[in-house]
Design a protein around this ligand. Sequence first.
Ligand code: THU
Length: 160
Amino acid sequence: MQKRNVGFELSVYDSLDELSEEDQLLMNAAVEARKNAYAPYSNFKVGAAVLMSTGEIVIGSNQENASYPSGLCAERVAVFQAGALYPGIPITAIAISASSQNYKVNRPAAPCGNCRQSIAEYEQKQEGTIRLLMMGEIGQVYNCNAIAELLPLGFDNSYL
Ligand code: THU
């Protein structure tokens, strides 16, 4: 028997100001996108901004539904839109920003399991990593260098 470490290194920034200008711009696009969230059931609004290798930014926000599972997270709205608009163009990074009407979200929100799986598919398709920036409404920002790191031992098409 051997033990294998499948953990990863997270970069933690104390505030948005510590990020590069390009990353601040991407996170600000996610904050803007958040305003178009349709979240009457959870009151939890999420914005996502996808940076393409060409420099284009594609945004998304969570869109809820009275039939709860029919809604979709911000990350998947944005990533699917990026795939639909720019097929074949690699995704460089995704910024995520979360807020709530019930309290001040003061820590980063990481993508849910379904979103990790969906983004991982794009990472594999483009054969290149997708960097993730995560933030609440205020406070620290997390940087993760690849979505696969957030989904250790993930299932992918190499099994099919
Ligand atoms: N949500 C996202 O959009 N992204 C996440 O990473 C976590 C959760 C949405 C789904 C739902 O509309 C609301 O937040 C509460 O779960």
